[in-house]
Design a protein around this ligand. Structure first.
Ligand code: IPE
Ligand code: IPE
Ligand code: MG
Length: 246
């Protein structure tokens, strides 16, 4: 874990920062615009966030782009979101490659439209050898479904005789998540003011520090990340144990 002292306060750098990119619709409505305009603008917030995270030395970022529950929105909004995720990913690919970032994907991709699936595969392949920032893009992602999918993979191994039920530990379980080789979430940021998890990374956030901010996602600026990190640095993480002075 990185640690830098600035202006008297010790800054503790989280290794993995996850963001629930929320508030696009409200941002648009407040401006008399269609909700989709908010999603369009949210794309630039995502770019600012990823750049800022990389510059600060964060190892992994997880971005919640589309949840398994978001299919219940009007078809036109769902279609626009799918198109935007695809376009944004392909447009950002050159910079991701230049900066040595690696794209990982979490979610049930088989249910996504073919052009988006192919953009995800292109970006994964193009960045597979990079060892810089890991960008875990969560599309058609649901925490519950991820756990179900992991349980299914484990059950199949047990049935095939490749794994003993007694050997299913939390460590073994975690190896069956969508992207098993990334550290747990240290800091979970939710713009838009809501205080809920909305089915995001349920396993990985077990001991994450939660940071809610009132600003909507399209208004996200690098300073917000700095504020979140400063706040995180003041938290006392106990992981079920006792504080150092107790
Ligand atoms: C988050 O913004 C983006 C997605 C869920 C895809 P919303 O569209 O949920 O924005 P609000 O919460 O309605 O403002
Ligand atoms: C969570 O936001 C999903 C994403 C940001 C992709 P939602 O707007 O879908 O969550 P709820 O409906 O407020 O819980
Ligand atoms: Mg929302």
């Amino acid at each position: 874990m990185g640690s830098v002292a600035t202006s008297g306060q010790e800054i503790v750098l989280p290794r993995h920062v996850a963001v629930i990119m929320d508030g696009n619709g409200r941002w648009a409505r407040e401006r008399g615009l269609d909700r989709v305009e908010g999603h369009r603008e949210g794309r630039y917030a995502a770019r600012r966030f990823v750049r800022a995270a990389r510059e600060r030395g964060i190892e992994v970022v997880s971005l919640y782009a589309f949840s398994t529950e978001n299919w219940s929105r009007p078809e036109s909004e769902v279609e626009a979101l799918m198109g935007l995720i695809e376009t944004a990913l392909l447009a950002e690919l050159e910079e991701l490659c230049e900066r040595g970032a690696r794209l990982r994907v979490s979610g049930r991709r088989e249910e996504l439209p073919a052009p988006l699936r192919s953009a995800l595969a292109t970006a994964e392949q193009a960045t597979a050898e990079n060892d810089g920032l890991v960008l875990n893009l969560c599309v058609n992602y649901g925490g519950q479904v991820e756990l179900v999918d992991a349980a299914k993979k484990i059950a199949s191994k047990v049935v095939a005789g490749g794994l003993d039920v007694e050997d299913v530990t939390p460590e073994v379980f975690a190896q069956h998540l969508y992207v098993p080789d990334i550290p747990p979430v240290d800091l979970l940021i939710r713009p838009g003011g809501d205080l809920r998890v909305s089915n995001f990374l349920l396993w990985q956030i077990a001991y994450a520090e939660f940071y809610s901010m009132a600003e909507y996602w399209p208004d996200f600026q690098p300073e917000h990340l700095d504020r979140a990190i400063e706040d995180y640095s003041r938290r006392q993480r106990r992981f079920g144990g006792l504080a150092l002075d107790e």
